[in-house]
Write a protein that binds this ligand. Sequence first.
Ligand SMILES: Cc1cc2nc3c(=O)[nH]c(=O)nc-3n(C[C@H](O)[C@H](O)[C@H](O)COP(=O)(O)O)c2cc1C
Ligand code: SF4
Length: 489
Amino acid sequence: MTLVNRILPAEPITTLDDYLAAGGGRAIGAAHQVDADTLIAEVEASGLRGRGGAGFPTGTKWRTVAANRAPELPTTVVVNAAEGEPGTFKDRTILRTNPYAVIEGAIVAAIAVGSSEVVVALKEREPVDRRQVAGAVDEMRATGLLGDIVVRIVTGPAEYLFGEETALLEVVDGRAPLPRIAPPYRRGVVEVVEHDDDVESGSGLAAHVEMAGPGPATVAPPALVDNVETLANVTRIVAEGADWFRALGTERSPGTIVCTVTGDVRRPAVGEVALGTTVREAIETIGGGPVRDRPVKAVLNGVSAAPLPATLLDTPLTYEDMAAVGSGLGTASLIVVGEGTDMTAVAAGAARFLAVESCGQCTPCKADGLTIADTLDRLCAGNGSQVDLDTVGKALSTVADGARCNLARQQQDVIGPIIAGWDDEIVRRATGEAEAVAPMLITEVTALADGEVTLDEAWRAKQPDWTYDDEWSGSYPADELGDHREESG
Ligand SMILES: Cc1cc2nc3c(=O)[nH]c(=O)nc-3n(C[C@H](O)[C@H](O)[C@H](O)COP(=O)(O)O)c2cc1C
Ligand code: SF4
């Protein structure tokens, strides 16, 4: 099994000339040659599924957005570059090595859904990506490639929820990242918030978004939100054709996947492989295999799907195979856990991340999430009992009640299988038979280069109200930032 270079070039593409010389720029031309229906049909025929985690068929989404266009209000295409899934660094790697392909894919999407505006939404703390995208947009505009489509850059907060698509639209509209009820095809962007002092690119205004409470519930046109990797794939599909795209991967999971391999491996890295490559092969080829003397015990897939035990390492990385073993492909964020790591510590780390990052608009998500995290901490510290296991089980059964986004269900999808799969270890903690262990730090990757991964260590001090104060105020982020409980959808 070898690495593939469809989306990730072997060497970074740093100028538009190099991009065009490598065959870039043809997708926009091809998109202009056909009508929107034909363009969308080509993306549907490719079988491309969204690479932001949910795996929704891209062509189907484009058709829904196109069908829901508002007669006099513009549709916006939003590039989801808010990457924050623990263990993932693939979107930033794509943007840093080939921003042109992502922007070209977004322009193709705009042509398909009849939009004249593209917004690239990325984290404010990633100035490298912002400069990279702004520079690429300037170059592409100067050569006329973008036509009359305006491309703007919006930067948002560090919160994990910023990447959730409706929270992303809230940020683009100038508010805090609190998920909405209405999906993007029903309620998109009202108005991109702009600050003149942040203008960085002659091609469009770069906008900076401060956290603020919600504005009035306004009727808005639809938006198309697509992930960075998804749009980079669109560029290749439209330039080369759906059949070319399907030459790699499986019938139901065509194409490639850009994986991030971190944790107990020799060389943490991002790499692209054909879909259908096994988890074991991806760990070997991208991450250099497990660290010496630490055979793989489990592989976390970010905090979005059930971890795989070592017995399932030969599972192919496809949507269907990962689902068949009770997990999911997600963003192919493979965090390798070596033998010797306590799975209660892993569960406690994942539960804490999700509980802190929960916005609290849905009370069970925040309250039960914190109960799960606190109780697992107690088990890690060696102070637990059978009652704690019951408490976790009960909180897991209610945490997703009335949830408006998927974050709450992620507690069930990740923590439930750890408790079920490694019950002997966890029960030993409840009977005081195991040594105290610190919960594992599970948080965002802030850098990944030359085999070195950096986690957001500062996140350890983040409180459940999203402040970094010495103590938690006891309130939820939604209490402070305003929520949408009154919103009808
Ligand atoms: C808590 C949470 C965080 C998410 N973070 C991201 C993210 O950082 N980037 C992303 O593309 N999608 C993220 N998603 C998924 C998006 O909501 C959405 O499915 C995706 O942007 C759609 O694009 P796609 O169809 O191209 O995958 C997140 C979802 C949830 C529930
Ligand atoms: S499910 Fe959790 S994170 Fe999602 S909107 Fe509700 S409280 Fe917020």
